[in-house]
Every structure is written in structure tokens, then in C-alpha cells.
Design a protein around this ligand. Structure first.
Ligand SMILES: NC(=O)c1ccc[n+]([C@@H]2O[C@H](COP(=O)([O-])OP(=O)(O)OC[C@H]3O[C@@H](n4cnc5c(N)ncnc54)[C@H](OP(=O)(O)O)[C@@H]3O)[C@@H](O)[C@H]2O)c1
Length: 367
């Protein structure tokens, strides 16, 4: 099995895209930030959340994939800003260890762990139910006003969920899409102003075109350039899932901020850059070492805390800001790829995602 995975990664298509194209995409993002974008956009943080009046409920947030890496660093930063933070992930054991670690280091913070597997629709539904009970019950831990869709994987072999989604596509896009749609009514009800932050990636820049159809969405094979049926196109599927997340972020922003239906919910995309985390856990060790060495020599590899800065910037930006792409920390935003702003494509993706989601939700008696 391990051999098959290693072989999948080593196929020249995957290696070329990850080693060369992804590095170029990252360099391009920094160049864009530094030279091409006419004015660097810096946004200050919003009114410090922690200074809410004593009688007010704390602001509360959900961070998915908070058991390690960028999600864990984001959860800590938000807790220190005064949020009650719900750390969500597949392993309750790992999450509880992180909660204990945070409480040991920071005595006054308010954090809790909840199980969520974005590959499993019943897990998403049960998580949403728990959140509803928690925030609509008698002693809510705060006002839910922030959802950070951070969880994600880079899978090296094809695995299928019980609903026949490619696991990487389910973890990185379809699961977060369904979670967000399910939580929207509660976000509306619970807070006068709320925000959704979607963690995306510079690798989206490698996607030149997408052809949206429901089958391709479930399999992750939406890029129009060829897929080789013999091996898992992990690089393309990862990039595609991240572009889908970006198209979804902008489309949700447009739908929530149309003239007919103005809303107080803002939507942001945040790109952490290259971060030394567990994201490469399925890759052969020598390739992880090589990749870390090259990125370190190029001074592009960051710690999870530094990488999480763009996520925290997006989460804490003033309320009136929405539909932006945060990258580079220090409150900086820049432009994502041209295709990510394609409204027709975003609309097609939304419709296909809604159809897939509706079908699968009805299997579990939800809508
Ligand atoms: N590292 C980078 O260079 C980089 C660059 C750009 C974007 N990103 C994005 O940043 C996000 C965080 O990645 P990371 O680098 O911090 O990687 P990481 O250390 O591997 O963290 C990923 C987190 O996602 C969780 N997760 C994975 N699959 C899940 C599922 N099906 N349901 C719920 N939780 C799930 C994992 O939790 P458990 O395994 O405990 O469930 C883990 O907490 C990802 O979306 C990634 O695509 C990373």
C-alpha cells in the first residue's frame, strides 16, 4: 500500500506540478503582493473582540482542522483575542490534547473540542446539531460569529467516502461547502454580524480551466486538461479543491451581498502560503525533507503561527470588508487567479454543489 502511494506521488506529472508549478505559483503570489499590485492593501483589525462589555456574551468561533498546523495556530490566536473557540476535527483525542495544551499555556482562554469528519455527511449533520443545541440552549458559550473552514488534506492515493466522493475533494471542498450551508441559518440568527473564512492555497493558480459537472465534482476531476486513469492525480485534485473553495468564497460573498438581499455575513478567503505542518504526512519522507529544504533555502517556508496570520487577519478584519483574498500576513490582501473571479463558473459550481449536497443530504433525512 505504502509503495503504491509513493509510486503515485513519484509519477512525473504529480512531481512536476508540485515541485515546479506549485513553487512558481507561490513565488508569483509574493511577486504579486510586492510588485504587481499597485497599492498594498492593509486592513486593520476590527474593534478588539475581547473588549466586549461584561454583560455581553463572548464572540465564539469554530475552527475546523484545529488538531494541528495552521488550524491549531489559528485557534490559539482567536482564543487570545477573546473568542470562545470550538476546535473541530476527526480525532477527539488529538483535539483534547490540543485543548489541554492551550489551557496549560494560557489560563484564561475559553476553548472546547468537538468531533467532525468532513468526509462523512452524518458527522457533519451531527456536528451541526450539537452546535445548534450548544448555542440555542440555556447557557451558550458565546455568540457564534465566526466559522473558519481550515481542515484539509493532501491525499496520495484515491480513497472514497461512503457517499462516493473522492476523500480529498470531500475534506477540502464538498464537506466545508455542506458544513457552511448547514451553519448559515445559525450564523444569521446568532450574531448580528458574522464571518466565514475559507482557507485556500496559492496552488489554485495552477488551474487554467475547469469544466463543472456533478460526477467530476464528486471525483475531483474538474480540470479540463487530461487525467491519467492509471494513477491518482493528487496534485491536480488538490489544486482543484482549493480553487473550488475560492470560487465558493466569492460566490457566497456575492450572494450574501446582493442589492436584493443585503446581509451582515462577510466571507473571506485566506491563503497561508507554504507552512511546515502535517499536510505532507502521506508523502514519502525523503520528498518532504527535500521540499522543506528547497522552500527553506528560498526563505518561503513558514511556521504554522506565521502562516496562520493571514487567516487571523481575515477573521479580524473590519466587518464591512468581504470577498477578499488575504495572503502574506500583516493584514495584506491581493488578487487571486483570473479564473477564480469567473462568475459563470462560480455559479455553475454552486449549482452543481447544491445538487450533489441535496441528493446526499436527503439520503440522511436532511435538507
Ligand atoms: N501547509 C501548507 O503549506 C498549506 C499551504 C496552503 C494551504 N494550506 C491549507 O491549510 C489548511 C490546514 O492545513 P495544515 O497545513 O495545517 O495541515 P495539517 O497540519 O495536516 O492540518 C490539517 C487539519 O485538518 C484536519 N482534517 C483533515 N481531514 C479532515 C476531515 N475530513 N474532517 C475534519 N478535519 C480534517 C486534520 O485533523 P485530524 O487529522 O486530526 O482529523 C488537521 O487538524 C488546509 O486546508 C491546507 O490545504 C496549507
Amino acid at each position: 500500500m505504502a509503495r503504491v502511494m509513493a509510486w503515485n506521488v513519484m509519477r512525473i506529472g504529480n512531481l512536476g506540478r508540485m515541485g515546479v508549478l506549485w513553487t512558481l505559483a507561490l513565488l508569483y503570489s509574493y511577486l504579486h503582493l510586492l510588485f504587481l499590485y499597485p497599492r498594498l492593501r492593509r486592513s486593520p483589525y476590527s474593534v478588539p473582540q475581547s473588549r466586549a462589555a461584561a454583560s455581553d456574551l463572548k464572540p465564539a468561533s469554530i475552527v475546523t482542522g484545529a488538531s494541528s498546523g495552521i488550524g491549531k495556530a489559528t485557534a490559539i490566536a482567536l482564543a487570545l483575542q477573546g473568542f470562545h473557540v470550538i476546535l473541530a476535527g476527526r480525532s477527539l483525542k488529538r483535539l483534547r490534547e490540543v485543548v489541554a495544551e492551550i489551557k496549560r499555556k494560557h489560563k484564561d482562554v475559553s476553548v472546547q473540542a468537538l468531533e467532525l469528519d468532513l468526509c462523512l455527511v452524518p458527522s457533519i449533520l451531527s456536528f451541526v446539531k450539537t452546535i445548534q443545541v450548544l448555542f440555542e440552549g440555556e447557557n451558550p458559550p458565546g455568540k457564534l460569529q465566526l466559522l473558519v473552514n481550515n481542515a484539509g488534506i493532501l491525499a496520495t492515493s484515491q480513497r472514497w467516502t461512503s457517499d462516493e466522493f473522492d476523500c480529498m475533494m470531500a475534506s477540502n471542498y464538498l464537506g466545508p461547502y455542506m458544513l457552511t450551508c448547514q451553519l448559515l441559518p445559525l450564523l444569521y440568527k446568532n450574531a448580528p454580524r458574522a464571518r466565514i473564512v475559507n482557507v485556500v492555497s496559492f496552488t489554485h493558480r495552477c488551474v487554467r480551466s475547469l469544466q463543472v459537472d456533478e460526477g467530476g465534482l464528486m471525483q475531483g476531476t474538474l480540470q479540463t486538461s487530461s487525467y491519467n486513469g492509471d494513477w491518482y492525480s493528487l496534485a491536480r485534485i488538490y489544486e482543484t479543491s482549493k480553487l473550488c473553495m475560492l470560487l465558493f468564497s466569492y460566490e457566497l460573498h456575492r450572494r450574501l451581498h446582493s442589492k436584493e438581499a443585503p446581509s451582515q455575513i462577510s466571507v473571506m478567503a485566506a491563503d497561508p502560503g507554504a507552512v511546515a505542518s502535517n499536510i505532507l504526512r502521506e508523502m514519502p519522507h525523503f520528498l518532504v525533507g527535500l521540499s522543506n529544504l528547497v522552500l527553506t533555502l528560498l526563505t518561503l517556508l513558514q511556521s504554522p503561527t506565521v502562516g496562520a496570520a493571514s487567516v487571523v487577519d481575515a477573521a479580524l478584519a473590519p466587518w464591512e470588508i468581504s470577498g477578499k483574498y488575504y495572503f502574506g500576513g500583516r493584514g495584506l490582501t491581493c488578487q487571486s487567479s483570473q479564473i477564480s473571479y469567473n462568475r459563470n463558473l462560480a455559479n455553475e459550481l454552486w449549482e452543481a454543489s447544491a445538487a450533489v449536497s441535496e441528493r446526499v443530504m436527503s439520503r440522511y433525512g436532511a435538507n
